[in-house]
Design a protein around this ligand. Structure first.
Ligand code: KIV
Ligand code: ZN
Length: 391
């Protein structure tokens, strides 16, 4: 960490918002395994569930609270006594804990969901944050749908929560509505108008409805937030949440620009992502940033040639740094003769440049009809051309 680097806390909500993914229902045992892997990966806070939601959710939060050590555990609570009491009970044995209390603050949530005036909304924030503060040293308050809340009213809601004892304020882009420039401006406005902005931790919680959750979260921390909430593989309600592995990789690769660090041990990324994929039964898309199987595969001839000369021509992150296997050079119709020659060597054919003149046209004609040429195809091509293995 250089002198100017700023530490950004990572709050993982794979077990809560992530479990809101359609079709996902973690068992208690799976939640404990994920939480322990999250601890290994290096997250700072785990949102283990919503204890009031069901008996099993309560048991899962309790089990997670009792099975991790360093990491802070939180449960989610609406601004209601029953929700807060359930969190108190479920997290009572955690070594490190906090609570996460939320209420909608936008006009649409106040009018249609909560049927509350602004005054009633502010009173609820004060009442339930103060209530939670009796049991927790750290109370996180989220104004739900913050990005569609009138900015001056958002300031009032935040001031009220801080006065009532909240020490973390989580700005939720609940429906993935904002964009990086606008979100940055919202933070500038909050910094200028929230009286005790610097006394509390500001956090961001972004959804991916318009595909901007990672960019929005980064904009938030560039403008004063110091905590990012998200999930592994970006799982979550509707289009999902900020993919935390993308945040951690971006801060590492572009530290020269962002000057942010996290406690994430990047080498544990693939193991964490694979566990989430297995337990959610959701395959990681091949082209997924950072952990997709194609993220470190190269097909075009120009790229393969560059890679063989110097890997950094087309890779800004090594597969090993995120715990993945080595780079794959995938042979196909766009591959060049260098890459083909290299792979032939790997499988025992030490061919000369002269021999390649015969082999390469046959390779091209086969590749015109088959998307990926594997080692077996190469052996058949070599038989066809009549070149024997020199190995
Ligand atoms: O998206 C959201 O607003 C939430 C809150 C509970 C923070 O998940
Ligand atoms: Zn959410």
């Amino acid at each position: 960490m250089t002198k100017e680097d700023k530490k950004i806390q990572i709050f993982d909500t794979s077990l809560r918002d992530g479990e809101q993914t359609i079709g996902v229902n973690f068992s208690i045992d799976q939640k404990v395994k994920i939480a322990q892997q999250m601890e290994k990966w290096g997250v700072d806070v785990i949102e283990a569930g919503f204890p009031v939601a069901s008996k099993d959710d309560f048991k899962a939060v309790k089990a997670v609270a009792e099975s991790v050590d360093r990491v802070c555990v939180t449960g989610l609570a609406r601004a209601k006594q029953g929700d807060i009491d359930a969190c108190v009970e479920a997290t009572k044995n955690a070594k490190h804990k906090q609570i996460h209390v939320f209420i909608g603050t936008s006009p649409i949530h106040r009018e249609y969901k909560l049927n509350m005036t602004k005054e009633e909304n502010l009173a609820a924030i004060h009442k339930w944050v103060s209530y939670a503060r009796q049991f927790f040293d750290i109370v996180q308050f989220s104004p739900e749908d913050a990005t569609r809340t009138e900015p001056d009213y958002l300031v009032e809601a935040i001031n009220t929560a801080i006065d009532a004892g909240a020490s973390v304020i989580n700005i939720a882009d609940t429906v993935g509505y904002t964009n990086p420039i606008e979100f940055g401006q919202l933070f500038d406005y909050l910094r200028a108008n929230v009286e005790r902005f610097d006394d509390v931790v500001f956090s961001v919680h972004c959804h991916d409805d318009l595909g901007m959750s990672v960019a929005n979260a980064i904009a938030g921390v560039q403008h004063g937030a110091t905590r990012i909430e998200g999930t592994v593989n970006g799982i979550g309600e509707r289009a999902g949440n900020t993919a935390l592995e993308e945040i951690a990789a971006a801060f590492m690769v572009r530290n020269d620009y962002y000057h942010f660090t996290t406690n994430i041990n990047l080498k544990e990324t693939k193991a964490t992502a694979d566990m989430i994929s297995e337990f959610t039964k959701m395959a990681i898309p091949n082209n997924k940033a950072v952990i997709g199987s194609n993220a470190f595969s190269h097909e075009s001839g120009i790229h393969q040639d560059g890679m063989l000369k110097n890997r950094s021509t087309y890779e800004i992150l090594t597969p090993q740094s995120v715990g993945m296997d080595a780079t794959h050079i995938v042979l196909g119709k766009l591959s060049g003769s260098h890459a083909v020659m290299q792979e032939l060597q790997n499988i025992g054919f030490d061919v000369s440049k002269e021999e390649m003149k015969k082999i390469f046209p046959v390779f091209k004609s086969v590749a015109d009809h088959k998307a990926i040429i594997d080692d077996n195809d190469l052996k058949i091509i070599m038989k066809k051309v009549g070149v024997m293995s020199h190995a």
